[in-house]
Ligand binder design. Structure first.
Ligand SMILES: Nc1ncnc2c1ncn2[C@@H]1O[C@H](COP(=O)(O)OP(=O)(O)OP(=O)(O)O)[C@@H](O)[C@H]1O
Length: 238
């Protein structure tokens, strides 16, 4: 039997007077590769924020294996990052080592080698000194993937990792994401490209303010479920 890394028990999440995610129950199995899909405003990012502990449940419970968020790394939506912050690409990536290094320990040569290897792996070997404000959207997304490599977490949450990046970058980053899955990590990604979900993600969670369907991708992404999701988020599009 596979164990759950994240369990949601009748979870509702929201913002002030607005419930964005209603009554979601289910679990992400250890080592699973799941796409969270749904129309705009369906609550996908809110669910990710709830799992990260950035939004507290209005109702219900989110249980994490080992009761620890230390082993969860998140790739935020590009739009949530302040690109005007004057930090180098190297430092952005090195921040992924925070859990190991902390505020006071020395950033030793092995961590330095890890940053260099991560930059190399995402195709940014020469970009270390570049200020992040000078990177293209695709280069910045590569740098954020390198930061996840440094984090070395057992669970990875990615919010629209392929938004606003070109095809080559998407293909390169998808290879990385699949390698994390092969290594036995749990990977959860918010995606809009349903063809990509069908060809790469064995599990899917279809959201529309609530969980419309959750399970094997071919059972979730049926025309009926997609129609229902669109209807529940009337006025929005998949
Ligand atoms: N910080 C916030 N304050 C108030 N309401 C918010 C906040 N963030 C999101 N919401 C609202 O919560 C609902 C769900 O938003 P969320 O960002 O989770 O949707 P989503 O499925 O990720 O959408 P998209 O595909 O457009 O990114 C929306 O109605 C949104 O307007």
């Amino acid at each position: 039997m596979t164990s759950a890394v994240i369990e949601l028990d009748q979870v509702s999440l929201g913002w002030r007077d607005r419930v964005a995610v209603r009554d979601v129950t289910g679990s992400f199995a250890r080592g699973s590769l799941t796409a969270i899909v749904g129309p705009n405003g369906a609550g996908k990012s809110t669910l990710i924020k709830g799992i990260m502990g950035l939004v507290s449940p209005l109702r219900g419970r989110i249980r994490l294996a080992g009761d620890s968020r230390n082993q969860i790394a998140c790739l935020p939506q590009l739009g949530e990052l302040d690109r005007s912050f004057p930090i180098s690409t190297y430092d952005l990536v090195a921040m992924g080592a925070w859990r190991r290094v902390g505020a006071w320990k020395k950033f030793d040569s092995s961590e330095h080698e890890r940053v260099k290897a991560a930059l190399d792996m995402v195709g940014l070997a020469d970009f270390g000194p570049r200020i992040i404000g000078t990177l293209s959207g695709g280069q910045l997304q590569r740098a954020l993937f390198a930061r996840l490599l440094l984090h070395d977490a057992h669970t990875l949450l990615l919010d629209e990792p392929f938004a606003a990046v070109d095809r080559n970058t998407t293909e390169d980053l998808m290879v990385l994401l699949e390698s994390w899955h092969r290594e036995g990590r749990t990977v959860i990604a918010v995606l809009h490209d349903l063809d990509m979900v069908r060809s790469h993600f064995p599990q899917a969670l279809l959201m529309a303010g609530q969980a419309v369907a959750w399970g094997p991708t071919q059972d979730v992404l049926t025309p009926e479920n997609l129609h229902l999701a669109r209807h529940l988020c009337a006025g929005d599009y998949l």
